[in-house]
Each structure stands twice: as structure tokens, then as C-alpha cells.
Design a protein around this ligand. Structure first.
Ligand code: NAD
Length: 494
């Protein structure tokens, strides 16, 4: 579809910002709403229900009732699988609408909403659907006189609280395994990007997920979010977001019913390029492509680049030559690869980091400016700093924007030590032709995922999560099912 047609559709699309509770679209009990504007051009999209503790109570009651009467958990695995496969199919059937909502709501290029976000979310739902009837319970090897059954049961009411950077995908990473295990789910999307989640709930209902099993509460973190995390009848929270809020969620669980808390948090991922990397062009392309993908608003963005001193100049020359391809453009233009920053607050935060980098003595090699301001939206040039040291704010804190910090090293062990000198531990890259160096670095890096001679390894079959303050859980893969499962042992006297 052309840019003009996407703009026509953007003008005519009907957007419903009401909450989704017990199978129905509803206003917040208080009647309150908040305005949702698009980062693409600053225009108003719709009013969204501003849910608070009253709506949380209603959603939890609906989810609890659905769980207790077993309208979902009580269905056979084959039936839950059939319904969830339908859910995935309908996601794909509604691809264009979901992609448009995603782009209008958070500013990512339509090209990627269409080719990454919707298909990956649908694949996630499909993959967990297909797993449902392949999970067996166990019998423990105890003795001949007794039978000890180890069975998997749903946890109950799961609250999923997710961020704005991949709204649909982050939602699917939570809801798909939680629903697959038979739980009821309440999803709280970010106040910055609630629209695709609300449509997903309608699509799930259409697919046959019973009313009350999947609810969506839009609203603010300090209102709907904290009320959910503090609620005594929520059994488990799957949280993806910042480390700061992740800590609060764990406190809320301690203050209430000690609900299970799984966190997927921030990152400051290192990418180490040795002089013997097998292909410098590939290393440059991966470093640049991965930091600027999604406008740098990715938890696993390789924002700290460690280059071996002897190849630094060549690397930087090649990196700078790639930047024109990442000039921000109209997100509704199918050719655009770098879109808008999610909102004015995030734009100011990223620009603040850029100013701090300059003030603390890093060398600004490229970018550093806000652009396309005349559009009414929020855009920042791809930015590169060199001569960064670990004491600088841009080296230590998660920027969550299109800013790359370059460090150099002469000894790989120094690079590994510097790479690990952070509170985060989400992902890392290492580029070398020497298998021993690769293996040594992969073992020594304190992160949940190491990429060797690539930075884009990603599949629903592999776990995604962090060490240290990047969180305590794993999304994706069969391991994610454990988060939404209780293990029960039943001893039977034979
Ligand atoms: P955030 O922590 O500000 O918000 C995340 C969610 O928590 C939102 O829905 C928000 O409304 C809610 N929230 C905020 N305050 C709350 C409170 N007091 N109680 C309950 N809920 C509350 O994060 P963000 O700005 O939306 O997202 C960016 C962060 O997410 C980055 O740090 C990024 O690295 C991280 N992230 C991590 C992963 C991962 O898998 N590790 C994936 C994507 C994003």
C-alpha cells in the first residue's frame, strides 16, 4: 500500500479506547478518559478509558469467576489449542488494521509493524497453541507402594503489565503462554500505546476465548497498574518494563498476597567487536541496524559498542556511511526504516542524554538533533558518540533511543570486564573468528543471551530474559510456560 493510502486509512480508522472487561467494551467506572495522541504527527487519535482500582476490581472479579467456573481451564487441551490457533489466524487476518494501530500509537515504521510486530505476535500465539496438547505430566520414581503424580495446573488470575515499545508483541509474549496453561489474564498495556492490545482482546473473543478469560485495562501505571499489582486476588504478575518499576512491582507483591512476580526489565547491552571478526561489513551492519531498529527503543539494543582499537577508524568510517539510510521518515511511508519516538516525554529524555554526553566530554560523531519537528511528531537523528568512558551517564543508564556509545579496547578481557560493569544483564554480542575467544566471552558475559558473529538471533523457540537487574523471568520458549504454572504433587497409596 502507498504512503497516501496508509494516510487515508489513518484518517478514517475507527478507534475504540474503551476498556475490555468480561467480554465487553466498557467505559471506566469513573467515566475518566485520557487523550491518546500519535507520535507520528502529534494528532489526537482517541480518548482512552482511564482505568483505576474500581475497574481493576471488576476485571479481577471477571477473571476470577471465569477461572473458578473453569470455562477455559476446564476445556480439553485440544479445544484450547483449536481456539488459540483461531486467535492467531484472526490476528493475521486483521494484520493491516493492527499494524496501522501500532504505528499510529507508538510511531514505529509501518514496514515493521506489518513485517515484524503482527506476524511475530501471531506466531507466538500459534506456537503456544500448538504446545498445549504436547505437555505431559509426570510420575515420580518413588517406590512400588505409592504413586506420586506431578501435575501442572494454571496459577489462576495472571496480570500482564507491559511497556510501549513493542505493544502487541510484549502482550503476546505474556498472554499466549498464560492462556495456553488455562489461566485467566488481565492485560495492562502502557498508557502510551494501548490500542493494539484492546483490539487483540476483541479478536480473542471472536476466536472463542470465553468472556472474562482475557481482559484489557488501559490506564496509567500509578493507577490501574499499581492497583493490579497490589490486588489480593491476582495470583501472578508477568511484568515487562523498566527496572525502576519492576522493583516497585516486587514491593507491591510483598505488601499484598505475595503473588508470583516475573520481571523482564531494562538493558544496556554490550557488543564487542574484535579485530579478527570474520566480516567487518556484517559487524557494522548488525551494530548499526540493531541499535537503530525500533528507533533504539528496544530493551536488547546493543547501545554500548566495544571496538578493538586497531579496527576502530575503519569501523567508524563504515558506520557513518550507513547513517543516511536511518534518517527518520514518515512512519506511514512503507520505505521508512526509522520512525518516531513514542512521545514528547521520551524525546526530551533522549535529548537530555545526548546533552549529557556532550557535557561529559564524549565526542559526538553524528546526529544529536531533533528533526521533522514541522510534522508535529517526535523524531531524533541516529546519534553516535565515541570516546565514551564508563563514568558517563550515557555509558551507565539505559537511554532507550537512537544513541550509540563507542568504547575501544586492546585486550578482550578488559572489554568483557567493562561490558559486565553494569547493573543490567540482558544481551551481548561478540564478534571474532577465534572459537576459543568466542566461547570464553560467551561464558564470561553475565547476560541472558549472547550473540556470536550476529546480533539478531530471535525466535519464539528460545528464552528471552536477563541476568542481574534485567529481570528474573524468561519470556518465549517452553520455559515461559513454567511462569504461569503451579506444580502439584499428589501421593496415592496403592
Ligand atoms: P515502565 O516501567 O515505565 O512501564 C511499564 C509498564 O508498567 C507500563 O504499562 C506502565 O503503565 C506500568 N507501570 C508504571 N508504573 C507502575 C506502577 N507504579 N505500578 C504498576 N505498573 C506501573 O516502562 P516503559 O517506559 O513502558 O518501557 C520501557 C522499559 O521496558 C525499558 O526499560 C525497556 O528496557 C523495558 N523492556 C524490557 C523488555 C524485556 O523483555 N526485558 C522488553 C521491552 C521493554
Amino acid at each position: 500500500m502507498s504512503t497516501r493510502l496508509w494516510h487515508d486509512r489513518a484518517t478514517s480508522i475507527q478507534i475504540d479506547g474503551r476498556a475490555f472487561i468480561n467480554g465487553e467494551r466498557v467505559h471506566a467506572v469513573s467515566g475518566a478518559t485520557f487523550e491518546n495522541t500519535s507520535p507520528v504527527n502529534g494528532r489526537k487519535l482517541c480518548h482512552v478509558a482511564r482505568c483505576d482500582s474500581e475497574d481493576v476490581n471488576l476485571a479481577v472479579l471477571a477473571a476470577r469467576t471465569a477461572f473458578e467456573d473453569r470455562r477455559w481451564a476446564g476445556k480439553s487441551p485440544a479445544e484450547r489449542k483449536r481456539v488459540m490457533l483461531k486467535f492467531a489466524e484472526l490476528m493475521r487476518a486483521n494484520r493491516d488494521e493492527l499494524a496501522l494501530l501500532e504505528t499510529l500509537d507508538m510511531g514505529k515504521p509501518i514496514k515493521y509493524s506489518l513485517s515484524v510486530d503482527v506476524p511475530s505476535a501471531a506466531r507466538c500465539i500459534q506456537w503456544y497453541a500448538e504446545a498445549i496438547d504436547k505437555i505431559y505430566d509426570e510420575i515420580a520414581p518413588t517406590n512400588d507402594a505409592t504413586l506420586a503424580l506431578i501435575t501442572r495446573e494454571p496459577v489462576g488470575v495472571v496480570a500482564a503489565i507491559v511497556p510501549w515499545n513493542y505493544p502487541m508483541l510484549m502482550a503476546s509474549w505474556k498472554i499466549a503462554p498464560a492462556l495456553a496453561m488455562g489461566n485467566s489474564v488481565i492485560l495492562k498495556p502502557s498508557e502510551k500505546s494501548p490500542l493494539s492490545a484492546l483490539r487483540m482482546a476483541e479478536i480473542a473473543l471472536e476466536a472463542g476465548i470465553p468472556a472474562g478469560v482475557f481482559n484489557v485495562l488501559p490506564g496509567f501505571g500509578h493507577e490501574a497498574g499499581s492497583a493490579l499489582a497490589l490486588h489480593n486476588d491476582v495470583d501472578c504478575i508477568g511484568f515487562t518494563g523498566s527496572t525502576r518499576i519492576g522493583k516497585k512491582i516486587m514491593e507491591y507483591a510483598g505488601q499484598s498476597n505475595l503473588k508470583r512476580v516475573w520481571t523482564e526489565l531494562g538493558g544496556k547491552s554490550p557488543n564487542i567487536v574484535c579485530a579478527d571478526c570474520p566480516n567487518l561489513d556484517e559487524a557494522v551492519e548488525a551494530a548499526i541496524g540493531s541499535i537503530y531498529f525500533n528507533q533504539g527503543e528496544s530493551c536488547n539494543a546493543p547501545s554500548r559498542l566495544f571496538i578493538e582499537e586497531s579496527i576502530k577508524d575503519k569501523f567508524i568510517e563504515k558506520a557513518l556511511a550507513m547513517l543516511p539510510a536511518y534518517v527518520p521518515g514518515d512512519p506511514l511511508d512503507p520505505a521508512t526504516v526509522m520512525g518516531a519516538i513514542v512521545d514528547n516525554i521520551q524525546l526530551n529524555s533522549v535529548m537530555g542524554f545526548i546533552e549529557s554526553g556532550k557535557a561529559e566530554g564524549a565526542t559526538l560523531l553524528a546526529g544529536g538533533n531533533q528533526v521533522r519537528a514541522e510534522s508535529g511528531g517526535y523524531y531524533i537523528e541516529p546519534t553516535i558518540f565515541s570516546n565514551v568512558t564508563n563514568s558517563m551517564k550515557i555509558a551507565r543508564e539505559e537511554i532507550f533511543g537512537p544513541v550509540l556509545s563507542i568504547f575501544t579496547f586492546t585486550d578482550l578481557n578488559d572489554a568483557i570486564q567493562a561490558a559486565n560493569a553494569t547493573a543490567y544483564g540482558l544481551q551481548a554480542g561478540v564478534w571474532t573468528s577465534d572459537i576459543r575467544k568466542a566461547h570464553h566471552a560467551a561464558r564470561a558475559l553475565r547476560v541472558g543471551t549472547v550473540h556470536v558473529n550476529q546480533y539478531d538471533g530471535d525466535d519464539i523457540t528460545v528464552p528471552f530474559g536477563g541476568y542481574k537487574q534485567s529481570g528474573n523471568g524468561r519470556d518465549k520458549s517452553l520455559h515461559a510456560l513454567d511462569k504461569y504454572t503451579e506444580l502439584k504433587t499428589t501421593w496415592i497409596n496403592l
